[in-house]
Design a binder for this molecule. Structure first.
Ligand code: AMP
Ligand code: MG
Length: 333
């Protein structure tokens, strides 16, 4: 990568937060940490600022943005909050849950790709919340990476991908959760639907809503439109081809060429060659999600011709979230 890096990386001092909040209030872009991944933020009510997000990322205009808020009152300025939305917001906000709801008129069409619904989330990260509060703006923010590439979970990831296209990156250390928010469609509160798996499980949502939430499907049946705009089959993708395997053993290693790498869920026992990578030392799903995108980036440094990645067993929310990102990374170009 020989791009000229013009982005400045800021430490999270009070003075820098005020300065970056001013950049946002004046219609500029700031990349900043959330607990899920780093976001590329702009004033959600400023159409010109939001258009700059799409330009910087190379994101197609038919992929709507999530609007981040700091209070329920601010969420109610953006979206029609029905009782179901209030109940899950009370249970899971601030946190990694995005709600799709009917939108309020003030939200520019560019944010919602012209839809009459809007995606809203109250993040838990104190620095991102401080930017919303100090700027006074709800912040539209997709992940801070060139469209389609692996999402960023550190300021260094943001700089590597967008450093020549944006001016300001707030460094708040690694994102704790590491995969994007669960998205719940509550446009019709009688028929809630999961649009993207994340750290908050469908079962937890069903418990609060006291009704069934339709399961997430990565691929819509042929007869249906895509389950949600922007839920592209190929996404979160390293340049190196990646294939999925349900379970890898030591015996499989002998069959893999020297220029192919393997990604295990759990660090294997015994001697470890350079081509062996893993998500966790102890099998913890939190650690697997937290490290996923960083490890995919390490695997994508040009040394390997092919990556073989092991799927995570079980139906836990983070297992399904990680497997979803791996499946998209593996989808054909
Ligand atoms: P991200 O790429 O993490 O910013 O997530 C944005 C995703 O949220 C989009 O790709 C859509 O899948 C989903 N989304 C945002 N707004 C809407 C909406 N109005 N209706 C349905 N899905 C939405
Ligand atoms: Mg994204």
């Amino acid at each position: 990568m020989t791009a000229t890096l013009s982005a400045r990386v800021y430490r999270p001092t009070p003075a820098n937060l005020s300065r970056l909040a001013r950049v946002l209030a004046e219609g500029g872009l700031v990349a900043a940490p959330t607990e899920t991944v780093y976001g590329l933020a702009a004033d959600a009510l400023n159409a010109r600022a939001c258009r700059a997000i799409f330009r910087a990322k190379g994101r197609p205009a038919n992929d709507p943005l999530i609007v981040h808020v700091d209070s329920l009152a601010q969420a109610a300025d953006i979206a029609e909050l029905n009782d179901a939305a209030r109940a899950v917001a009370k249970a899971f906000w601030p946190g990694p849950l995005t709600l799709v709801l009917p939108k309020k008129p003030g939200v520019p069409a560019i944010v919602t790709s012209g839809l009459d619904s809007v995606a809203v989330r109250m993040p838990a990260h104190r620095l991102f919340r401080a930017l919303i509060r100090r700027s006074g703006c709800p912040l539209a923010a997709p992940s801070a990476n060139p469209f389609g590439y692996v999402s960023p979970t550190t300021a260094a990831h943001v700089r590597a991908g967008l450093g020549s296209r944006i001016g300001h990156i707030l460094d708040g250390g690694p994102s704790e959760i590491g995969v994007e928010s669960t998205i719940l469609d509550l446009r019709n509160p009688k028929h809630p639907a999961l649009l993207r798996p994340g750290a908050i499980s469908r079962e937890a949502l069903e418990t609060v809503l006291k009704r069934r939430v339709s399961a997430y499907r990565r691929k819509a049946p042929e007869s249906e439109a895509a389950p949600a705009p922007g839920m592209l089959e190929r996404h979160y993708s390293p340049r190196t081809p990646l294939t999925l395997v349900s379970k890898l053993t030591r015996a499989d290693l002998g069959r893999i060429a020297p220029d192919e790498a393997i990604l295990f869920l759990k660090k294997p026992a015994g001697k470890i060659g350079a081509s062996i990578f893993w998500l966790t030392s102890d099998g913890s799903l939190e650690e697997a999600a937290h490290r996923l995108f960083d490890v995919l980036r390490q695997l994508d440094d040009g040394r390997w011709r092919k990556i073989h990645a092991e799927l995570i067993p079980g139906r836990a929310a983070l297992a399904m979230a990680v497997n979803d990102r791996l499946a998209r990374a593996a989808a054909k170009r």
